[in-house]
Write a protein that binds this ligand. Structure first.
Ligand code: ADP
Ligand code: GLC
Length: 491
């Protein structure tokens, strides 16, 4: 059955990316489209999008479209382009005053309005195209007001009579809260009274919470995270509403786009390898060491990190445990990432202290991320929480052993290696403390020294299949189930 889907996301790879949401949006869209669904993907036309190699087509009936939100009289144009390397069409909402800024996300006072405009624009485009979606699929806080808009502002339009909404939670740590003084920016008019009263009394509008309350269904990006967010420890204050909706909450593990992330044909690498060509991985390791200014040492285990530098990623644990480990063991480390100053400073200090064994590249670099996946022996993700996480799944395919904490999607995708049975794909630790991560790293380094066991561990990981071809089926079933269900009422 072909399903009509209106898919809205704030980032879609490779056009605009700050993290995993972009990877997921790009790959899921491509897979759904290839399976014959009628998918319309909407995202902002950010100033950052490199249009040099893109062909953009203006949609003639979607030019200078008026959109009034609060006191802002906006106009947007729509361009379509093909998602590079795919047959998937993307609709870019072009509104320079909102989307042509220094960075994709900002701390500007109208941040909420930028993404409300995206959500309104996507629904207006559906109207003008006469596209009646079976599913409105929203992602994270940016587009989480979509379900409520559908049931209020757009409810008059019969086009949406059969549309059911799905909100996917990629990260509960970002909720997009803004003040009630900007309530008019929602475009809800008198329907603002439907907004959560408790938040309202505290002077807040919480888009993510509204999405959780008003979406016909909610999904998140791993089964374990779906359970975790219903507890106070992981709920970020939303565990109560999530528990109320637990019957409508599904955890679907993200997939991996193996066209992009597979060492057998990775376009960012000069050499390619599979499980039987690990000597090529060893060559890439040496090239990576060279490139990063590290001492070239074939036998020395190389740890890799590619990450946004935020508290979520668990680097606090490394402050106490990593320096003594580097002191005691002959290991080296390559880190790529940017974000909070204290983590960047920590890694920069390590690099200054051990220049031939630690390299830190501050910033965002897609190509280097692929090199680190390929050239490292061990990939470190000690996350405090991790809705899904993609790098641990990429690492498995690259024969780079993931060292992860047992949380969210990390728990669902990496099995702790048992040396006696030879089963398992990585090193998994439980407790969020320095001892836990120290134990995990020492275990990994000890195993690395036992070549036969290490080879087994690597090959177990490389044999795993987390491709979208299987994961997409879960979304298809959910879409089908939703299309035949009655919608959640707006009040
Ligand atoms: P999150 O979405 O929380 O950042 P994920 O593991 O789901 O975590 O996805 C992160 C994605 O972003 C991966 O594709 C990773 O390679 C990429 N990434 C993160 N930081 C950087 C960086 N500094 N340079 C290049 N890619 C990065
Ligand atoms: C978020 C999460 C990450 C997840 C990604 C894609 O950014 O932090 O765990 O993999 O979204 O769903």
């Amino acid at each position: 059955m072909s399903i009509r889907i209106c898919f809205i996301a704030s980032e879609v790879a490779p056009l605009a990316k700050t993290g995993g949401l972009a990877d997921v949006a790009g790959a899921l869209a491509k897979t759904l489209q290839a399976r014959g669904h009628d998918l319309r993907v909407f995202m902002p036309r950010y100033g950052q999008i490199n249009c040099e190699n893109l062909q953009l087509w203006p949609v003639d009936f979607l030019q200078r479209v008026p959109l009034r939100l609060g006191s802002r009289d906006l106009r947007f144009d729509v361009h379509t382009t093909q998602l590079p390397g795919t047959a998937t069409m993307i609709y870019l909402i072009d509104c320079p005053e909102l989307f042509d800024r220094q960075t994709i996300y900002t701390n500007d006072p109208d941040e909420h309005l930028r993404f409300l405009a995206l959500t309104h624009a996507a629904l207006i485009c559906c109207q003008r195209m006469g596209f009646a979606p079976d599913i409105l699929h929203c992602n994270d806080w940016h587009t989480a007001l979509g379900p409520l808009l559908l049931k209020t502002v757009f409810a008059w339009d019969k086009l949406f009579a059969r549309t059911r909404s799905l909100l996917t939670l990629h990260n509960l740590g970002y909720q997009g809260v803004f003040g009630t003084d900007s309530a008019a920016d929602t475009g809800l008019g008198t329907d603002i009274e439907l907004l959560d009263r408790q938040e309202w009394q505290a002077g807040r509008i919480n888009p993510l919470k509204e999405g959780i309350v008003h979406a016909d269904h909610i999904s998140t990006v791993s089964p374990t995270y779906a359970r975790e967010i219903q507890t106070a420890d992981f709920g970020w204050g939303l565990d109560g509403v999530l528990r109320q909706r637990s019957g409508d909450l599904t955890g679907i593990l993200n997939g991996v786009d193996y066209e992009d992330w597979d060492p057998r044909h990775d376009r960012h690498l000069p050499l390619h390898y599979g499980p039987d060509q690990l000597h090529i991985k060893a060559q890439l390791k040496q090239q990576l060491q060279q490139r990063m200014g590290l001492a070239v040492a074939a036998e020395r285990p190389l740890l890799g990190v590619v990450s946004r530098m935020t508290a979520q990623k668990g680097f606090d644990l490394l402050f106490q445990s990593l320096p003594p480990l580097l002191e005691a063991r002959d290991a080296s480390l390559v880190v790529l990432g940017s974000g909070d100053r204290r983590y960047e400073d920590f890694f920069a200090d390590l690099a200054a202290r051990w220049p031939d064994r630690v390299a830190f590249h501050a910033g965002y670099n897609e190509e280097l991320a692929h090199w680190i996946e390929a050239g490292s022996d061990i990939f470190l993700m000690p996350s405090l929480y991790e809705p899904c996480g993609l790098n641990q799944m990429y690492s498995l395919r690259y024969g780079t052993v993931p060292v992860v904490r047992r949380t969210g999607g990390l728990a669902d995708s990496v099995q702790h290696f048992d040396a006696t049975t030879g089963r398992g794909t990585g090193i998994v630790f439980n407790d969020f403390d320095g001892f836990g991560v120290g134990w995990a790293l020492t275990t990994a380094l000890d195993l690395y020294a036992q070549k036969k066991l290490w080879g087994k561990l690597i090959r177990n990981g490389m044999a795993m299949d987390y491709g979208w071809s299987t994961q997409v089926g879960h979304y298809e079933s959910l879409y089908a189930q939703l299309s035949s269900a009655t919608p959640v009422k707006a009040a």
